[in-house]
Design a protein around this ligand. Structure first.
Ligand SMILES: Nc1ncnc2c1ncn2[C@@H]1O[C@H](COP(=O)(O)OP(=O)(O)OP(=O)(O)O)[C@@H](O)[C@H]1O
Ligand SMILES: [Mg+2]
Length: 564
């Protein structure tokens, strides 16, 4: 007699031993893929998506968002890296490397017979120690110190595509520091990174610009309007300057040509009276989210007023912050303080498209960075590089503590944590030791990526720390220019404390989640998910392809896919 099995026929069980081994191997594989990108001499990665479009990037966050993984462990790592990216916007490769190394060390510990529960407790204790050490070695700096900001920006952008393609005279880092300072409220230690508008246009990378105002990807409405206006008084509108179509079914009966003329005339008069109000308010630039019809445009042009219609809602918000204008509530009553100011409003040809520049705002609370580069795909990377720097500066403004880079912070923690091992009892001691070794992977990877020997680096680093006096804090790390282990000074490489904290916290959290998993049960994956003409998506349970109706519609069934 045949008994029914416990698991359904399409569920496979991987098994405890096998799953653990597999999980840890997968972790190592994912992080191996990105580790050559760490640091100022890190390599770029190319990712080609299903449409054949390629992405060139050196950012861990972007790379991990692009690659598509199947294995749940790889997914957990990627989610961890994404957490670092969304919280602090930097340190994603470091986090991935640390997760990979902690998983590798866990495998060694499991082989030694240490249980996953003890490993995860040991890692939690190590995290506590590491955060304590970071607290002791951090240094506070003034958030108004532009030199520190500049140094932070250059440390995080070292080796990134943007810094290598833009000539040094442009000083892209200075430009971004200026942008960030403009929109920061230093008293409240507040900054909203969205106040910096980033526009991208193809062209010469050396023409990257910071505009103390807003750029709108639109043209001036009418050729009769001036192309440029100095000392602009800007009116922002959220109501149409055109005849509105009624949505009701009401009918107007017109019986004679005179009545028709009267009707049309009345509509024109309405627009005319609105324009009179605009002229009387003193505004010479009108920017509207809604439409402005040709009659209104003609009247505005006659008065020497520039108009730009149908701008995006976000553009209005940026314009409010940059020019100091407030979107007009009622055209019948335009208040003086609703008007914004800019030294110049003009139309310019940028990369083959016309754009309107609203420039020279006094004390703008929103600015625009215009990124330029010859190729679209490099522009995307420029955008990521810019955001990377902006996030690092935001981290510093919100939490003004810094540590030094070049792997020195990780090396110090690894070194100091060993002294604390004796305060812990039991097998956790061995786990903490392994945690210290995992942290050393950051300076080692930096060294490997600049062409140094990893084993020599490790021994030199350890001996430098062993021979340095205990009461004086020395920051030994990797000097990427001279390719040697040496002391890192604040004018070399600095980083924000929050990034370092986030990297270590996330790495421990993700590793602990993964090592707690001890078995995998897997259903057969049906990967012919498809989309019907009505937009519904489904997969057939048996994996069959009974889809004649697709052929009739001339649509082809597609494999499971993702959009980017
Ligand atoms: N000039 C330098 N010399 C030595 N190390 C440096 C230098 N500049 C930066 N670093 C180090 O490089 C590491 C950062 O590299 P990178 O920015 O490529 O990776 P990440 O910050 O971990 O990831 P991502 O920036 O992609 O999110 C830090 O450890 C930093 O201390
Ligand atoms: Mg970085």
């Amino acid at each position: 007699m045949k008994y029914p099995g416990i698991l359904n026929h399409d569920i496979a069980r991987v098994g405890i031993e096998e799953s653990r081994k597999l999980n840890l191997i997968v972790g190592g594989m994912v992080t191996d893929a990105i580790k050559t990108s760490l640091g100022p001499r890190g390599m770029e990665k190319i990712f080609i998506d299903i449409l054949g479009e390629d992405t060139i990037t050196k950012h861990g966050g972007a790379f991990f968002r692009k690659i598509d993984v199947h294995h749940p462990v790889a997914k957990a790592i990627i989610e961890g890296v994404n957490t670092v990216d969304t919280h602090v916007g930097d340190g994603t490769i470091s986090a991935a490397i640390l997760i990979g190394k902690l998983l590798q060390k866990s495998q060694e510990l499991l082989k030694m017979g240490i249980s996953p529960t003890i490993i995860s407790k040991g890692y939690e204790k190590s995290l506590e120690f590491a955060l304590d050490i970071l607290d002791k070695i951090k240094k506070e700096e003034s958030i108004t110190n532009k030199k520190i900001m500049y140094q932070l920006a250059s440390s995080c952008s070292a080796g990134k595509l943007m810094t290598s393609l833009v000539s040094e005279e442009i000083s892209i880092t200075n430009l971004i520091v200026e942008a960030v300072c403009s929109v920061t409220n230093f008293q409240k230690k507040e900054i909203d990174v969205d106040d910096i508008k980033i526009e991208e246009k193809t062209g010469n990378a050396n023409n990257i610009q910071l505009i103390r105002g807003t750029i709108i990807d639109k043209t001036i409405d009418n050729s009769a309007m001036p192309r440029s206006i100095e000392n602009a008084k800007i009116l922002l509108l959220n109501e149409p300057l055109e005849i509105m179509r009624t949505k009701t079914d009401d009918q107007i009966e017109i019986n004679s040509p005179e009545q028709m003329a009267l009707f049309l005339n009345q509509e024109t008069l309405d627009i005319c009276s609105k324009i009179k109000k605009i002229v009387n308010s003193g505004a010479n630039v009108v920017i509207s989210r809604k439409g402005i019809n040709s009659i209104a445009q003609e009247y505005l042009a006659k008065e020497g007023i520039i108009s730009i219609r149908r701008v995006k809602i976000n553009d209005l918000l940026w314009l409010e912050k940059s020019t100091g204008a407030k979107t007009c509530k009622n055209l019948e009553d335009i208040y003086k303080d609703e008007l914004g100011f800019a030294k110049k409003v003009y139309e310019k040809n940028v990369g083959g498209d016309k754009m309107v520049f609203i420039e020279g705002c006094s004390n703008p609370k929103s600015v625009t960075i215009l990124l330029r580069c010859n190729s679209k795909r490099y522009l995307d990377e420029f955008h990521r590089d810019t955001l990377n720097i902006i996030y690092v500066l935001r981290n510093f403004i919100e939490n003004s503590f810094i540590v030094r880079g070049g792997g020195s912070t990780e090396a110090i923690i690894a070194n100091k944590i060993i002294d604390l091992i004796s305060t812990v009892e039991g097998r956790e001691q061995i786990v903490i030791e392994k945690f210290a070794e995992a942290l050393e992977e950051i300076p080692i990877t930096l060294a490997r990526n600049v062409g140094m020997d990893p084993i020599d680096t490790l021994t030199q680093l350890r001996s430098k720390y062993a021979n340095s006096p205990k009461d004086i804090l020395k920051w030994y790390g990797i000097d990427s220019d001279k390719r040697k282990v040496s002391e890192i000074f604040p004018y070399d490489v600095i980083e924000t404390l929050v990034v370092k904290q986030q990297i270590i916290k996330t790495a421990v959290e993700v590793t602990n989640i993964i090592i707690r998993v001890d078995d995998i049960f897997m259903k057969d994956i049906i990967d012919n998910t498809h989309c019907h003409i009505d937009g519904t998506v489904h997969a057939h349970h048996d994996g069959g392809k009974a889809h004649n109706h697709f052929e009739q519609e001339g649509l082809e069934q597609r494999q499971m896919h993702h959009y980017y």
